[in-house]
Design a protein around this ligand. Structure first.
Ligand SMILES: *Cc1c(COP(=O)(O)O)cnc(C)c1O
Length: 500
C-alpha cells in the first residue's frame, strides 16, 4: 500500500514511536523509604542496565494494536475458505458461557467431590463423541489432531505389545492422499510407513492394498474424507481386508465436518479415530491456540486409553479412574485443554442430533455448490460429487496465461477473502498442477458463496487480460509479497535501528 504522507505514528513500530520517559500510567511519588534492590537481592543476577522497552503513552499503545488487529485477516471479518482447516464461524455464546466463574475459577486439583459438574460435562461430551463415532470409548486428553493420532497409534502399539506381537507388527500403511501428520505420527511412534497409491478415481487401490497388507501390518491410517475432499466409498471393504490380516484401521477424522451425524465410522469397521474439536465442533483456532483432539476407540482398544478415565458410579456421581494397568499413561496434563472441551460441549448441546447432521449436510452442499459454479473456469481435480471441500487447480490459468496458484491466492486478499489452502495436496497427487483446496463450511450464506464465485471469475478474467496484476498481488496490504524463504531461514524479529 502506498503511504501518501509518511510518519503516521499509528503505522510505526512501538520502538519507533518510543519517547524517553513517556508512560501509560504515571505512578505517584514514592512515600516510603527506597530499597536498594542490589543489596536486598544479594547474589541475584540483576540486569546491568534496564531492558530496552518502548516508552509510549496509552493512546499510542491502543492505536498501535488496534491498527495491527484491523490489518489482520480473521474469521470475524473475512470469508476464510482454508481447505482442511474448517474455518467455520464459532458462535460467541461458546466464549460467553466459558467466561463464567464456575469455569474460569475451576482448578484441576479440586477434589473429585467439588468437580462433579466438570466431570459430568466431560463424561457427556465423551458420550456425544462416542455416538458420532459409533465407537466404544473416548478420551478427551489429546490437545490437537496430530496429538490424537499419536495417542491412537500408541494404543495400537500397546495392543500388539499386550498380544505379544509387537516385534511382528512393524508397519503402517498410508495412502498418498492422507494428511501429512499421518505418516509423521506413524514414524514417530516407531513404525515403518508404506505409501499406498490411489487409483485414477482418487479412491484407495484395493488390489494394491491386498498386495501390501500382511502379518507385518499393524494398521492403516486413512483420512476420510481424504485431502482430495473425497469420501472413500470402500471403507468397509478396506476394514475387512485389514481385520482379516489382524491389522487395525485408523481413521483421521479431522474432516468429520463432512460426515458427522450422517454416518458413523465405527459402523464401517474403524478401530480408532480422532476428532478435531477445533475444526468440526467450533473451537476457535488459527495462530496455534489451544485445540482438542479426542480419540474414539473400539472395545478391544479401550484398556490402552490414557488415564485418568472418567467413570460414572452406580450412585450417579462421577469419579476419576487411574487404575488401568494397560493404559499408555498420560498424554497431557490433567484433562487436556478443558476450555476447548467446554466450547465443543456447548456447541454440540445447542445443535443436538439433528443439528450435527444438518451441519455436515450443509457443509457438503456448500462445497459442491462452489465446484459446480466454478468448474467451467477452474480445473477441478477429480470432478465428482465431493465432500465438504473441493480441490481446484491452476491447470487452465497456468497453461493459458502463466498465472499460478500462488498468484490467484494472493489476488484474493485484495478482494477481502482469505486465500484457500494452496499446493496441498501436493503436485505429485494432483497431476502436476498447483492445488487450490476450498472449504467453505456450513456457516457461510449463499450470498457469501456467490461473492466468492464472482471474485474467482473476476480473477480468471484478470489472468487473461492483465496477468501481471496477479503476479504482483496483493496490492492492498502493507507488505505485498515477502521472500518467504529468507523470512523463515533468516527471520528479522526486531527493528535493528531501534535496539541500542
Ligand atoms: C488439521 C488436520 C490434522 C492435524 O490436526 P492438528 O490439530 O493441526 O494437529 C490431521 N489430519 C487432517 C486431515 C487435518 O485436516
Amino acid at each position: 500500500m502506498e503511504t501518501i504522507v509518511p510518519n503516521n505514528p499509528a503505522e510505526k513500530l512501538l520502538f519507533e514511536v518510543s519517547s524517553p520517559g513517556r508512560r501509560c500510567i504515571k505512578l505517584p511519588a514514592l512515600d516510603v523509604p527506597a530499597v536498594d534492590v542490589k543489596k536486598a537481592l544479594k547474589g541475584a543476577k540483576l540486569r546491568a542496565k534496564p531492558a530496552n522497552l518502548p516508552e509510549v503513552g496509552e493512546l499510542d499503545l491502543v492505536r498501535h494494536f488496534k491498527n495491527l488487529a484491523q490489518k489482520n485477516f480473521s474469521l470475524d471479518r473475512n470469508f476464510y475458505p482454508l481447505g482442511s482447516c474448517t474455518m467455520k464461524y464459532n458462535p460467541k455464546i461458546n466464549v460467553t458461557l466459558l467466561a463464567q466463574q464456575g469455569f474460569t475459577k475451576a482448578h484441576p486439583w479440586m477434589t473429585e467431590k467439588d468437580m462433579q459438574g466438570h466431570l459430568e460435562l466431560m463424561f457427556n461430551l465423551e458420550g456425544y463423541l462416542r455416538e458420532v463415532s459409533g465407537l466404544a470409548a473416548v478420551t478427551l486428553q489429546p490437545a490437537a489432531g496430530a496429538h490424537g493420532e499419536m495417542a491412537g497409534v500408541m494404543c495400537i502399539k500397546a495392543y500388539y505389545a499386550a498380544k505379544g506381537e509387537a516385534d511382528k507388527r512393524t508397519e503402517i500403511l498410508i495412502p498418498s492422499a492422507a494428511h501429512g501428520t499421518n505418516p509423521a505420527t506413524a514414524a514417530l511412534a516407531g513404525f515403518k510407513t508404506t505409501t499406498l497409491k490411489e487409483g485414477p478415481d482418487g479412491n484407495i487401490d484395493i488390489e494394491d492394498l491386498k498386495k501390501r497388507v500382511g502379518p507385518q501390518t499393524a494398521g492403516m491410517m486413512i483420512t476420510n474424507p481424504s485431502t482430495l475432499g473425497l469420501l472413500e466409498p470402500r471403507l468397509h471393504e478396506i476394514a475387512k481386508i485389514l481385520h482379516a490380516a489382524g491389522a487395525q484401521l485408523y481413521m483421521d477424522g479431522a474432516n468429520m465436518n463432512a460426515i458427522a451425524g450422517v454416518v458413523r465410522p465405527g459402523d464401517y469397521g474403524v478401530d480408532v479415530m480422532h476428532f478435531n474439536l477445533h475444526k468440526t465442533f467450533s473451537v476457535p483456532h488459527g495462530g496455534g491456540g489451544p485445540g482438542a483432539g479426542p480419540i474414539a476407540v473400539a472395545k478391544h482398544l479401550e484398556p490402552f486409553l490414557p488415564v485418568p478415565r472418567i467413570v460414572k458410579k452406580s450412585d450417579g456421581t462421577f469419579a476419576l479412574d487411574s487404575n488401568r494397568p494397560q493404559s499408555i499413561g498420560k498424554v497431557r496434563s490433567f484433562f487436556g485443554n478443558y476450555g476447548a472441551l467446554v466450547m465443543a460441549y456447548i456447541y454440540m448441546t445447542q445443535l443436538g442430533r439433528e443439528g450435527v447432521r444438518a451441519m455436515s449436510e450443509n457443509a457438503v452442499l456448500n462445497a459442491n455448490y462452489l465446484r459446480v459454479k466454478l468448474r467451467d473456469i477452474y480445473h477441478v481435480f477429480l470432478d465428482r460429487v465431493n465432500a465438504h471441500e473441493v480441490v481446484f487447480t491452476d491447470k487452465n490459468q497456468a497453461k493459458e496465461n502463466g498465472v499460478h496458484t500462488l498468484d490467484i491466492a494472493k489476488r484474493m486478499i485484495d478482494y477481502g477473502i482469505h486465500p484457500m489452502t494452496i499446493y496441498f495436496p501436493q503436485a505429485n497427487v494432483t497431476g502436476g498442477h498447483g492445488a487450490m483446496m476450498v472449504e467453505p463450511t456450513e456457516t457461510e450464506s449463499k450470498e457469501t458463496l456467490d461473492y466468492f464465485v464472482e471474485v474467482m471469475r473476476k480473477i480468471a478474467q484478470e489472468a487473461r487480460e492483465n496477468p501481471d496484476l496477479l503476479h504482483n498481488a496483493p496490492h492492498t496490504t502493507p507488505v505485498s509479497r515477502v521472500d518467504e524463504k529468507t523470512a523463515s531461514t533468516n527471520p528479522q524479529l526486531y527493528c535493528p535501528s531501534c535496539i541500542s
